[in-house]
Design a protein around this ligand. Structure first.
Ligand SMILES: [Zn+2]
Length: 299
């Protein structure tokens, strides 16, 4: 190729020699090229948690990285990451709320949102005033590493609760749910089939008074899914009262029933909007529930 290069070649950024190599490549060479399917790298949980562990080291008065929760799968020991954030005293006993994300390993939005949320609380602990928050950002560590919905054992962990499951993650989480006797349980999820934000509300009656303001808070960042049917369930204003059997939830015999909210972000929007919407919803739930407790401490 001599003289001036054609415009498309200049635009392509390819040098004429490189182009020549490609166009003159024999078919046998092309066929011999490795055809490995592109596989994204396994995610690193230690890398993910480094900022939180640093925060806990600096701000140990409020936040503790609790390394004690472990489970074994296929002969290997894994950790269920667990952070306990204690807000400034609100007067009476601290309100115990469990916040869970990443039980579906291919839904990292909630995981990242909880990291943002804890970092926010580190800067503004008063947002958690009166609370003891038990935060489980990666409930399905092997699925998160592998970027799969299911755990490495092949099961959807969020259909395995309170039905005698042998899944080690589920058994460990169940023991946490029993031991902590949470007054509220919040789970974060992503729905790749939804155009908007929505949630499931079950448990205590007041749950619907918490989820509506939470969806309003999220609406500052993402539209709400107003469909009459969402994910096969009847929905009203983005709120579903039903749920799948076996989802992460309070022990069946727990009384009084805690409030139980599942927040679902759509998958398509940019990460910062999804994280902002989830964090805004969490802040709103904590603020609202604190008010309820202040007016009716026996709820
Ligand atoms: Zn999910």
């Amino acid at each position: 190729m001599d003289g001036s290069a054609p415009a498309w070649l200049v635009l392509s950024g390819l040098r004429p020699e490189t182009l020549h190599l490609i166009t003159s490549m024999a078919q046998s060479v092309i066929d011999a090229l490795p055809t490995k399917v592109f596989a994204p790298a396994r995610r690193s949980i230690p890398d993910l948690l480094t900022p939180l562990d640093k925060q806990a080291a600096v701000d140990s008065a409020n936040m503790v990285a609790d390394r004690g929760a472990r489970f074994r799968r296929d002969g290997q020991t894994y950790e269920l990451p667990r952070y306990v954030f204690t807000g400034p005293k609100g007067g009476d006993d601290l309100i115990r709320v469990g916040i869970f994300a990443g039980i579906h390993g291919d839904e990292p939005e909630g995981v990242y949102a909880l990291i943002q949320f804890l970092s926010l609380l580190g800067r503004r602990p008063e947002l958690a005033a009166g609370y003891c928050l038990f935060v489980y950002p990666v409930c399905n560590p092997t699925g998160f590493e592998d970027r799969t919905r299911h755990a490495r054992g092949g099961k959807d962990l969020n259909r395995e609760f309170w039905n005698g499951s042998a899944e080690p993650e589920v058994r460990l989480l169940q023991s946490e749910l029993e031991a902590r006797a949470f007054q509220g349980i919040i789970s974060l999820h992503t729905d790749d089939g939804s155009h908007g934000f929505y949630g499931f509300a079950h448990g205590a009656m007041l749950t619907k008074s918490l989820i509506e303001p939470a969806l309003q808070a999220a609406e500052q960042f993402l539209p709400r899914n107003g469909n009459e049917t969402i994910d096969g369930f009847r929905a009203r204003n983005g709120i579903i009262r039903d749920t799948y059997p076996g989802v992460l939830s309070a022990p069946p015999k727990a009384r009084p029933r805690p409030f139980q909210i599942i927040l679902e972000t759509p998958q398509a929007p940019p990460n910062y909007l999804k994280e902002a919407a989830l964090v805004a919803a969490l802040r709103m739930i904590l603020a609202r529930y604190r008010e309820f407790i202040a007016y009716a401490p026996n709820l």
